[in-house]
Write a protein that binds this ligand. Structure first.
Ligand code: ZN
Length: 124
């Protein structure tokens, strides 16, 4: 099975280990795993991979009615490598609303907290 994040890798060689708790090596890998978590409606993972300083309440991340995510396209990345402490990932993610495709275009910032990449915030 190809990964939900459309990396063309298998889910088990891509996002699955991070969803299980392994530390993502780069900001982009973490971003991709968060997209997969959105697809799979894994609110717990979204909470854990969000910076302690900016994350919403655990409750608010339980979506109830999962959104129908369609595709992910990484547009650009800055830093966010194994030796960095900050990174930026620009992406477009599409989802279905009332049978229409909407696109979220976001520039996300990531930081390292306790040696793990976490999502800080985004501009869209
Ligand atoms: Zn993936």
């Amino acid at each position: 099975m190809t990964c939900y994040c459309q990396s063309n890798k298998s889910f088990f060689d891509c996002c699955e280990p991070y969803l299980r708790g392994e530390a993502a090596p780069t900001a982009e890998a973490l971003m991709r795993s968060r997209y997969s978590a959105y697809v799979l409606d894994k609110g717990n993972y979204l909470y854990k991979s969000w910076s302690q300083s900016t994350r919403p309440s655990k409750k608010s991340l339980k979506q109830g009615e999962p959104m129908q995510w369609q595709s992910l396209e990484i547009i650009n990345t800055e830093a966010g490598g194994a030796l960095d402490t900050e990174g930026v990932v620009e992406f477009k993610a599409s989802y279905l609303v009332d049978e229409k495709t909407e696109t979220l275009h976001e520039v996300s910032r990531f930081i390292k907290e306790n040696n793990r990449w976490v999502y800080l915030d985004g501009n869209y």
